[in-house]
Ligand binder design. Structure first.
Ligand code: BES
Ligand code: MN
Ligand code: ZN
Length: 516
C-alpha cells in the first residue's frame, strides 16, 4: 500500500539542514605572489625540495631541510612534513608534500599534490593556503597550477550535512586557496566545472536513502535546468504507457514512485546524434524478496552511483558549455520487499517486447537498465551509448576498487574509454562479451532470465543481459562500477577523501571532450 506522505515524513531527518554546497567548494584564486596562513611546496623523491621550497628553506635558515630529515621524509607521493611557525617566514605553517619522481609526474600527480595539501590544512585553523606548484614532468608551470587548483577543489570535499555536533576544531577552517601563478590558467574554468559535477555526484551517493528516494532525486535533477540542461521526468504512469515493466517491476515494493529522468545538453551541432549516458539509479537495494543479508546492507544507499555519475557529468558539461550533444537517462527506483513486490519466478515484458524471467529480485540493476537503454535508443538514436551501474559484487571480486569493469561492442569506443579513464585517474579494464556467456541466461520459460543460476562470471553475465537490449549496430559500452563508486576506508587517495568517489564524472566528461 502506498501510504500517505506524512507518515513517511517521520523517517525523514527533516528539511532544515541541507548540505551547504557553497562552503564545500573552496574559493580558489591565482596570484603571482601567493600569501596565506599556510603554504605548500613540492618535493621530489629523495626528499629534494623544488625551487619554491628551496627558496623558503634558505629564508628559514634550513628549517625545511632539517624537518624533512627529522621526519624521514622521502618525497614519495602524498607524503607530508609540516613545519610550524618557521622563523623568518610569514607563513605560520609550511607543508612539504611529496610528488614522487618529478620526471614521471603527470597531471594526476599535480592534482594529488594540491589535494593532499588542502586535506592536511583543512581543519588546522588556517583560513588561507598558498599553493606553490611548479613545472614538473610533462607539465608546464601553468598546467601544474591548473591541476593543483583542481586537486584542491576535490581534496577539500566533505559531506557534513548531518553532522550537527562538530566541535569548532573539527570543522573546516580553510576557506580559500591561493595558487601561485603568473595568471589564471585557461583550463581553470573547465576544472571548476568538473569539480562541481564530481561534488554533485558525491553528494547524491552520500545522501541516505530516506532522503534521496526516487522522487526527491528526480526533483534535484530537475533543478539542473537552472544550468541550461533540458530535464524531463517520467513517473510510473508515463513509463507504464511505454511498457517499461522491467524497470517498474523493481520499484513495485517501494512506497516511492519510480522515475526516469532525461537530461539533455544540446551544445553541439544541430541535428548531430547525441552521446547517450545511461545510469542505474537504485536509491536503495535491499535485494527485494531475494533479500540481501543484513551486515553491510547500508552500503546499498550508494546503488545509484551510476546515475550520479551521469548527473554529475551532465552538470559539468552544462557548466563548461561543452560543444556536444549529450543525453543522460537515469532510472530511479527503490528495490524493497513488500506485499506488492515482484517475486522470484515472475515474468515481465520489457519495453522492447522481450520477456524476462526474474529468478532473483536482487539482480535488479539490469532490469532497470534494460528499459532505460531502450528509452535512450528509442527516443534519442544515440551515436554511442555508455551505461554505468553498480551492477555486481562480482566485479569487486575481479578488480577490487581500482578499476571499473568495461564491456564494449566496438573497438574504438573501448580504446577511447581506456584512454579517457587512464588520463583522468578513473581506470577501466576490458572484460569479455561472448556468445557462451549469453547462453547462460537462457530459460525455457521466457526470452531470458536475469541471473545465470551459478556463481560464475557474475559481472559478465550482467553485461550479457544488458547487451540483449542493445540494438543491432548501436555502439555501446557498459561500465560496472560497483567497486569504484565508493571505496572502503581508509580513504587514501587525496583526490577522493570520502566514501563516495563520484567515479564516472571524469571519464564521461573526458570522453565527450575528446570528441569535441
Ligand atoms: N547493487 C548490487 C551490486 C553491488 C554489490 C554493488 C556490492 C556494490 C557492492 C546488485 O544489485 C546485486 O545485488 N547484484 C547481485 C547479482 C546477483 C544476484 C546475480 C550480486 O552482485 O550479488
Ligand atoms: Mn541487487
Ligand atoms: Zn543493485
Amino acid at each position: 500500500m502506498k501510504r500517505a506522505r506524512q507518515v513517511l515524513g517521520r523517517t525523514n531527518p527533516g528539511r532544515r539542514r541541507r548540505p551547504d554546497r557553497k562552503s564545500r567548494i573552496m574559493d580558489i584564486r591565482f596570484e603571482s605572489e601567493a600569501r596565506g596562513d599556510a603554504a605548500a611546496v613540492m618535493a621530489g623523491e629523495g626528499g629534494a625540495l623544488m625551487d619554491a621550497g628551496r627558496a623558503l628553506d634558505e629564508r628559514a635558515g634550513g628549517a625545511l631541510a632539517k624537518a624533512m630529515k627529522a621526519a624521514r621524509f622521502t618525497g614519495g607521493a602524498n607524503q607530508v612534513v609540516e613545519i610550524l611557525a618557521p622563523a623568518n617566514l610569514d607563513y605560520g605553517r609550511v607543508l612539504i608534500v611529496g610528488v614522487g619522481d618529478p620526471a614521471k609526474a603527470n597531471a594526476l600527480t599535480a592534482e594529488r599534490w594540491g589535494a593532499q595539501a588542502v586535506r592536511r590544512t583543512l581543519t588546522t585553523g588556517a583560513e588561507t593556503l598558498a599553493l606553490l606548484p611548479e613545472a614538473i614532468g610533462e607539465l608546464s608551470a601553468s598546467q601544474a597550477a591548473a591541476r593543483a587548483a583542481f586537486g584542491a577543489r576535490l581534496g577539500g570535499y566533505r559531506f557534513d550535512a548531518y553532522r550537527t555536533k562538530l566541535k569548532p576544531e573539527q570543522k573546516p577552517s580553510l576557506t580559500s586557496v591561493i595558487v601561485q601563478a603568473e595568471k589564471a590558467p585557461k583550463e581553470d574554468e573547465a576544472g571548476a566545472a568538473l569539480a562541481q559535477g564530481i561534488a554533485f555526484a558525491r553528494d547524491l551517493v552520500s545522501e541516505p536513502s530516506n532522503v534521496l528516494h526516487p522522487e526527491e532525486y528526480a526533483a534535484r535533477l530537475r533543478k539542473l535546468e537552472a544550468h541550461g540542461l533540458e530535464v524531463e521526468v517520467l513517473g510510473e504512469k508515463a513509463m507504464a504507457d511505454l511498457g517499461m515493466n522491467a524497470l517498474l517491476g523493481v520499484g513495485r515494493g517501494s512506497e516511492r514512485e519510480s522515475q526516469l529522468v532525461v537530461m539533455r545538453w544540446n551544445g553541439g551541432k544541430k541535428g548531430e546524434k547525441p552521446v547517450a549516458f545511461v545510469g542505474k539509479g537504485v536509491t536503495f537495494d535491499t535485494g527485494g524478496i531475494s533479500l540481501k543479508p543484513g551486515p553491510g546492507m547500508e552500503e546499498m544507499k550508494g546503488d545509484m552511483g551510476g546515475s550520479a555519475a551521469v548527473a554529475g557529468a551532465m552538470l559539468t558539461l552544462a557548466l563548461r558549455k561543452a560543444k556536444a550533444n549529450v543525453v543522460g537517462v537515469v532510472g530511479l527506483v527503490e528495490n524493497m520487499p513488500d506485499g506488492k513486490a515482484q517475486r522470484p519466478g515472475d515474468i515481465v515484458i520489457a519495453a522492447d517486447g522481450q520477456t524476462i524471467e526474474v529468478l532473483n529480485t536482487d539482480a535488479e540493476g539490469r532490469l532497470v537498465l534494460a528499459d532505460a537503454v531502450w528509452y535512450a535508443q528509442e527516443k534519442h538514436q544515440p551515436a554511442v551509448m555508455i551505461d554505468l551501474a553498480t551492477l555486481t559484487g562480482a566485479v569487486i571480486v575481479a578488480l577490487g576498487h581500482e578499476y571499473a569493469g568495461m564491456y564494449a561492442n566496438d573497438e574504438d569506443l573501448a580504446k577511447a574509454l581506456e584512454k579517457a579513464g587512464a588520463e583522468e585517474g578513473e581506470q577501466v579494464w576490458r572484460m569479455p562479451l561472448a556468445p557462451a556467456y549469453d547462453k547462460m541466461i537462457e530459460t525455457p520459460n521466457a526470452d531470458m532470465k536475469n541471473i545465470a543460476g551459478k556463481p560464475a562470471a557474475g559481472s559478465i553475465i550482467g553485461a550479457a543481459f544488458i547487451k540483449r537490449f542493445v540494438r543491432e549496430g548501436q555502439k555501446w559500452a557498459h561500465l560496472d562500477i560497483a567497486g569504484t563508486a565508493w571505496k572502503p576506508a581508509p580513504y587514501e587517495d587525496p583526490l577522493s577523501p570520502l566514501w563516495a568517489t563520484g567515479w564516472g564524472v571524469r571519464i564521461l566528461n573526458r570522453f565527450v571532450k575528446d570528441r569535441e
